[in-house]
Design a protein around this ligand. Structure first.
Ligand code: AMP
Length: 403
């Protein structure tokens, strides 16, 4: 089976074509600046990348170019678009109704449209991507894989905010959780690597990238997570503040006269590691500055690791124990110093890092970095959201073809 995975952003369309039999990526790339020019990047596996500047009016125009490249004589990896068996879409928000990945129908699209008020940034482009596929590949089954669905089993006590209940009932304001596809993938991969049934494991997965979230996974189900109504909640991120006293927001708005849009811009784009350090949202730059003695860079790193530790501690308390701690995404997979700082002084909780392994870890593969005697196993597991989406899509597409 060949599965095309699409991840549509407001002005971008990332894509990967998988051959599911071999598990291989045949080609992947990104269309950027959709609606404001257009740059297409295309990379066939084991070939030089190809770039093209062209006018991309909308997501449909971008998808059209991707399909042309996939079948082109010079760069192609398939003979015809008909070889694509199904398309999997990354959809950030599935609301309360989409509790698992699903075949896309007219009624699913209508439901996703109702979620736009609570998902204004990611909802419209995802729907555009779906509609582009419906227009260009009308007979190919499409599957939506939601960032939120991994959290659909969370108890209400973990998703209801302590504000008047009608905001939940009337406005659906609750904690949804995000990055679910990544947490789901790495927790399953961990169980596979440990050779244990996931049903028997208590796991904490730390997805630490430009956006970061931490999830407690018990018996294969996410029981709690750090992100909430939006990806803003939780630990300090590249440019997002994470959780802060809500009165700070209203106080700044009142005293500075900021509008809600201006305030959101500060909290989403000017806060977090960038806001604290004043240097960068990229931890690599912050580490260099910290090594050169920059106090605010050091402070940013300490605030980040303090936040991660707090979630780990609270999730161990919630699950009454822990079998494995997982680090993933850009920071989690690459920054040994952050893993070191997070795991430092955690031996009482059974977490003991093997400093040598942590520093000299092998990139790109699941890698254990805890001491032999550590009660809690610590692993780096490279995330692969696209492959998880492809796996779900394959499963649903197979089901559909049997119907
Ligand atoms: P992501 O959003 O998963 O791409 O992660 C972005 C964050 O990961 C940035 O803060 C980077 O500093 C960090 N990061 C990504 N790649 C590396 C790398 N190869 N070495 C160190 N840090 C990295």
């Amino acid at each position: 089976m060949k599965i095309l995975v699409l991840n549509a952003g407001s002005s971008s369309l990332k894509y990967q074509l998988f051959n599911m039999e071999s598990g291989q990526v045949l080609a992947k790339g990104n269309c950027e600046r959709i609606g404001a020019g257009g740059i297409v990047t295309y990379k066939k596996t084991n070939a030089e990348p190809y770039f093209e500047e062209t006018d991309l009016e909308n997501h449909e125009a971008a998808l059209k170019i991707v399909l042309e490249l996939l079948v082109s004589k010079e760069h192609g990896v398939i003979d015809s678009v008909n070889e694509i068996d199904a398309v999997g879409h990354r959809v950030a928000h599935g609301g309360e109704q989409c509790k698992q990945s699903t075949i896309i129908t007219e009624s699913i699209i209508k439901y996703l449209e109702t979620l736009i008020p609570i998902n204004p940034l990611h909802g419209p482009p995802a729907i555009s991507g779906i509609k582009a596929c419906t227009d260009l590949m009308p007979y190919v089954p499409q599957v939506a894989v939601f960032d939120t669905s991994f959290y659909s089993d969370m108890e209400d006590s973990r998703y209801i905010y302590p504000i008047p209940y009608e905001f939940y009932e009337r406005d659906k304001i609750r904690r949804y959780g995000f990055h679910g596809t990544s947490h789901r993938y790495v927790s399953r991969k961990l169980a596979e690597v440990m050779g244990k049934p996931i049903e028997d494991l208590k796991i904490i997965t730390c997805h630490l990238g430009n956006g970061s979230s931490i999830t407690a996974v018990q018996g294969g189900k996410a029981i709690d997570t750090s992100m909430g109504f939006t990806p803003q909640e939780g630990i300090a991120m590249g440019t997002r503040s994470g959780s802060i006293d809500p009165t700070v927001v209203t106080y700044i708005m009142k005293t500075k006269g900021y509008t809600s849009d201006e305030m959101e811009d500060i909290l989403n784009k000017k806060s977090g590691l960038l806001g604290i350090s004043g240097i960068s949202n990229d931890l690599r730059n912050i580490c260099v500055a910290a090594e050169n003695g920059n106090k605010r860079a050091k402070l940013a790193m300490k605030i980040l690791t303090n936040g991660i530790k707090k979630y780990i501690g609270s999730y161990i308390a919630e699950m009454n124990g822990l079998d494995a701690l997982v680090f993933t995404a850009g920071i989690g997979e690459n920054q040994y110093n952050i893993r070191h700082d997070v795991c430092e002084n955690m031996s009482w909780l059974g977490i003991e890092l093997d400093e040598e392994k942590n520093k000299n870890f092998q990139r790109g593969i699941p890698f254990e970095i805890s001491k032999k005697e550590s009660k809690v196993k610590v692993y780096i597991i490279p995330t692969d959201e696209e492959y998880m989406i492809a796996l779900d899509t394959e499963r649903f597409a197979k089901k559909k073809s049997k119907q």
